[in-house]
Structures are given as structure tokens and as C-alpha cells.
Design a binder for this molecule. Sequence first.
Ligand SMILES: *Cc1c(COP(=O)(O)O)cnc(C)c1O
Length: 372
Amino acid sequence: MKVNFYTSQREYQEKKAEFDKAIENVLKDGISTLGKEVADLEKSIMEFTSAKYAVGVASGTDALVLASDILGFKNGSEVITSPFTFLASTSCIARHGGQPVFVDIDEETFNIDAAKIEDAVTDKTVGIVPIHLFCQMADMDSIMDIAARHNLKVLEDAAEAFGMSWKGKGSKYKHAGTIGDYGIYSFFPTKTLGAYGDGGMIVTNDEGLYKLAKSYRVHGATEKYHYDYIGYNSRLDTIQAAILLVKMKYMREAITKREVIANWYFDRLKDCQGLRFPKIKGEQHPVYYVFNILAENRDGLVEHLKKNQVQYSIYYPLPLHLQKCFSYLGYKKGDFPVSERVCTEIAALPIYPEITEDEVDFVCHTIRNFYK
Ligand SMILES: *Cc1c(COP(=O)(O)O)cnc(C)c1O
């Protein structure tokens, strides 16, 4: 049995009429940038996340770059983050000459180890970029405490975290991306809220930061052809927004489905020799954007999966402190042992709302056979 890591084709077949109609409406309205659907999606996301403001941009990466620029992550200022993540979480700091300062991750959550952040703070530190990775949020209580003590800006990379929320020691759950100064989401196709191309969004509860993000999205203009800042051309495409509005109608269902699938995996693999699983820490609602295992002889296992036509993904094979593009930061092998070890053990199994129980059975059967 061939098992796709991800495909949008089943979703499209199920909701073809709605997707086709949504796209047709945009085309009928005539050519537009920042069309009505973009504003409608921003509103829909504000309602879903309880963020006060939302600004649709061209990608999650752009969202991080705009936010970093506005927050002053540049010109030698130091920003603390973790090296076990997608490139864009750190390249946004380096883009304008900010200095990424890494601290290692928690070995059970893969998120930044909040207990190690304060040791990395210097008089040049201006911010923290926590990443809410795979299925759960970083320890936002500790991060916000440290930020308050040292007067740091917090940019939440919630690219993967749509639908996740954090209660921690607070009185109510807060959606990922709405706790720090800015939060960002990615609409890359595989993400929980994925488009059929690129897209992203910046959210904030601060009116001033909202106005800046809105202006930076269109070249730093405050009114047509009047530029207060040197900004970007980074608009969320209207057709992608129309597609995402259809997907928002089914968001709760899609999140629940991901949880059901994660439980299929847990049930079938929990007693499998050779495997360990990440742990959810802190009072929070996880969302299974990715289902990861930590595997003994990971490379042998994925070779076996490949032979049996089970697609998988490795997030991430090499931590950022060892990437060639960041060699100028001067880090070396051994600096972040947890990140480095997880890179050799981790593997992501197929999970998306339309995957079937038979397919999950086959994936689990294939894995159990390998460890027999
Ligand atoms: C996907 C992702 C991004 C980048 O989003 P794009 O929309 O692909 O540009 C940034 N950070 C993390 C952690 C991601 O997973």
C-alpha cells in the first residue's frame, strides 16, 4: 500500500464545489490585490484566535521578516531562539543583521528550553523568538516572565501552531501567536491551515504594531505613494485567501480529526520496542500538525518505510547552528547536544485529516515489522 505523507487531492475532491466557487468569485470580481477575501480571512482569523489585529502577507517567512524588522531585530542586536527549527525562524533575525543567539531545546517537547534562556541574555539582547513546533507550544509563562524582566520583545513563530492554545498558569487559554508582541502563521500547503500555494499572517494585540505591519506590507506606505518606512511588497494573494476561507469553515473538524489520527498512532505504537514519543508539557491544547516518533536506528527504519512505499519526513536533519549559512555565528558541533541528538532520532509519520485508518494501520504494521 502506498501511503502519502500528505496530499491535497482528497480534500479538493470532497469540497470541490466550494473551492471552485470561491476561486471563481475572485476571478469574476476582476483582478485585485488585497481583495475582499483577504480582509474576510483576516477577520475570520481574528475571531478564531481572539487576536485583536491580523495582517495577511505573502508567506510565513515574510511574516517573520516584517515582524523582525519592525521589532528591531537588526544591526547587531541579539535575539534568543532555538536551533532545532525551520530555517526561517532564524533567518528573519539575521536578515537585517541581527545576531541569532541559540539555546538548546527540551528533549521531550523539542521546543526551546526556557530554563536556559536567561543565561543567554546580555545587554545587547532585544528579543526572543520561541517556536511552537510540531504539536505543542513552548513554555510561554517562563518566556513572557523573562521578557518582562529584561524588557525584551517576543515574536512567536506560530507558523506550525494554528489551533494550538496555552493556559499555563493563566486564567484562560490563549491562542498561539497572541501572547507575545507579534505572532505569525504560515499557510504553506501542508500546515494545519494550508493554502494551495504560499501565504502567511501576522497577528498582534497592539494597535501601533498592527499599523506598522499593515504599512510594511505595502512598501511602508501610510497613504498611496507616501512612504514613512522602507517596507516590502508582501501581500496575501486574494485567491489563496478565498481558498483559506473555505478551509476555515472546517478548521475545528480538521483539528479534531488530527487528534483522532494521532490517537490511532499512539494506540498502535505505544508498546512498540525501539520507539519513544514526545510529551506534552504545560497546560495547553496541542494540535497534531506533525506526528513525530523518536526511533532507534532511525535511518534503518525510514529506509524500511521507503521500501514499503510509506512516505515520511525528517524535521529536521541538521540543526541551524551547524548550517553552512550560519557558520559565521561561530557555533560548533556539540554546542547544542539535545538538538543534535534529536536530529538523528526523529521521524514524522503521515498525518492529515483525510488519511484513512487502514493507511495508519499499514504504517504502524510496517514499523512494528521493522523492530520485530
Ligand atoms: C513553515 C514554517 C515557516 C515558514 O513558513 P512559509 O509560509 O513556508 O514561509 C517558518 N517557521 C516554521 C517553524 C515553519 O514550520
